[in-house]
Design a protein around this ligand. Structure first.
Ligand SMILES: Cc1ncc(COP(=O)(O)O)c(C=O)c1O
Length: 452
């Protein structure tokens, strides 16, 4: 794109923020200029209506720009109350903490607020160490916990780590689902915690086998380690219940929440914890502010959190996630069975994935392998591009598993929108199995990538 063709705002972003991101969106033909977003709908400057089946990676559970959350934020601003004084008791934080702990249940009694998922994971790392007096941390293969140094130390994928120097020491990986490997490590009694996503989203919407999380929790208790669940994507009714770990009757020592916590409008995260964990960190007057963060209990984030909970519950969005998730998976399974490159449709609530696999037929295998040679994410990215460009659906492939396409719309999605999505995915899948254009056209894309 020539310099003059780039609109002013984009030029500034391009020059002063992240030009590679702009280029990537251009290459993928996904650099739309959105003017208005509401519910599941994203409207663009050139008059297109895109349906969001990504939800900003599970930020927009309540739908984009929910009027009740916007209204609550406006009211909070108009109040001109204390914000970020750092010298008072922010009562709204107490209110939100009480509501979150009540919904999490079990041993969740206190909340530490922060401004992102990574920051929540960082806090969980420090708090686990404080509680146990141990340094080691165990994480599951394929995990995504965030990109700050501590959180990144709990992710094995070298793509995210390479070039950033040494991470935290004493962090060790076990395969997700492998209870024996976990016990072997816990048995050394060197580990402060096992930190795990109840459903691994970026690893490819991986669901735990029956009994895995309960056994992991029991082993943690037996060997004196904490059981910490990262519900940054799965929490806030995304999978039906308030927390995905509630499907499995666990009672974690800590729960990390972020993303959907504040309605997709204000950054916010929370670590829910037991009184024992709290006491080990903040147990004396001297330690009252030993772990804090400037923006953590700010009134806008707290107000947004309270309003978001109200919307999610008044509109029964957890129940909707359960019902419509089931509907989506059933429809996708019906439509996609019989296509050799579709391996599985799986998920829980409205956190779902379609896993693709290498084709057996030579006619398809040759171009598929050609794609893989160019980039392991290219095949999935072409599906994403076609869904966006040809059918008006925003999706993405999973960050740590490029063969899985995510389907995670806002929980306000309607049945007819799901029907449209199923039809669009089916059309793209049909095209990849039957037409050379699916395979030849992206070679132009590959050329563009190579030239950039
Ligand atoms: C499961 C999980 N944990 C933690 C994080 C990090 O959250 P943030 O990007 O807000 O730092 C993410 C981000 O995608 C996530 O998916």
């Amino acid at each position: 794109m020539s310099q003059t063709a780039i609109p002013v705002a984009e030029t500034l972003y391009h020059h002063h923020v992240n030009p590679q991101w702009v280029r990537l969106l251009d290459v993928l033909r996904m650099n739309a200029r959105y003017t208005r977003c509401s519910g599941t709908e994203l409207h663009t400057e050139d008059g297109r209506r895109i349906l969001d089946f990504l939800s900003g990676y599970c930020v927009h559970n309540a739908g984009h720009n929910h009027p009740a959350i916007i209204g609550a934020l406006k009211e909070e601003l108009d109040r001109c109350g204390p914000a970020m004084l750092q010298s008072h008791v922010p009562e709204l934080a107490g209110e939100l903490a009480e509501q979150l702990c009540a919904r999490a249940g079990g041993r969740s009694k206190k909340a530490f607020f922060c401004s992102s998922g990574s920051e929540g994971v960082e806090a969980a790392i420090k708090f686990s160490r404080a509680r146990t007096g141990r340094n080691g941390l165990i994480y599951a293969g394929g995990a995504f916990h965030g990109l700050t140094c501590g959180a990144l130390s709990l992710m094995g994928d070298s793509f995210w780590r390479d070039g950033f120097g040494p991470m935290l020491s004493e962090t060790e990986e076990v395969p997700f689902g492998d209870i024996d490997a976990l016990e072997k490590k816990l048995d050394t009694r060197r580990f402060a915690a096992f930190i795990v996503e109840p459903v691994q989203a970026e690893a490819g919407i991986r669901l735990p086998a029956a009994g895995y999380l309960e056994s992991a929790q029991n082993l943690c208790r037996r060997y004196g380690s904490l059981f910490v669940v990262d519900e940054v994507q799965t929490g806030m009714y995304r999978t039906g219940p308030f927390l995905a770990s509630q499907h499995f009757h666990t009672d974690p020592d800590m729960v990390v929440l972020a993303k959907a916590l504040s309605g997709g409008l204000i950054p916010s995260g929370a670590v829910l914890m037991s009184d024992e964990v709290y006491d080990s960190v903040y147990g004396s007057l001297k330690r009252a502010i030993v772990h804090t963060s400037t923006f953590s209990e700010n009134s806008l984030a707290m107000r947004a959190g309270l309003a978001t909970l109200q919307v999610l519950e008044q509109e029964r969005l957890g129940e909707r996630a359960t019902e419509l998730g089931e509907y989506l998976r059933n429809r996708l399974r019906e439509a996609l069975s019989g296509y050799e490159m579709v391996k599985e449709v799986r998920g829980t609530g409205l956190l779902n994935g379609i896993e693709f696999t290498a084709p057996r037929r030579l006619l398809l295998r040759v171009p598929f392998e050609g794609f893989m040679k160019i980039h392991s994410g290219m095949f999935g990215q072409v599906i994403v591009m076609r869904l966006f460009r040809d059918h008006g659906f925003l999706t993405q492939i999973c960050g740590n598993n490029f063969m899985v396409l995510k389907a995670a719309p806002p929980l306000v999605v309607e049945e007819r929108e799901i029907d449209g999505f199923v039809k669009a995915v089916t059309d793209v899948v049909e095209l990849m199995h039957s037409s050379t254009s699916f395979w030849t056209e992206p070679l132009g894309l590959a050329r563009r990538v190579m030239n950039i």
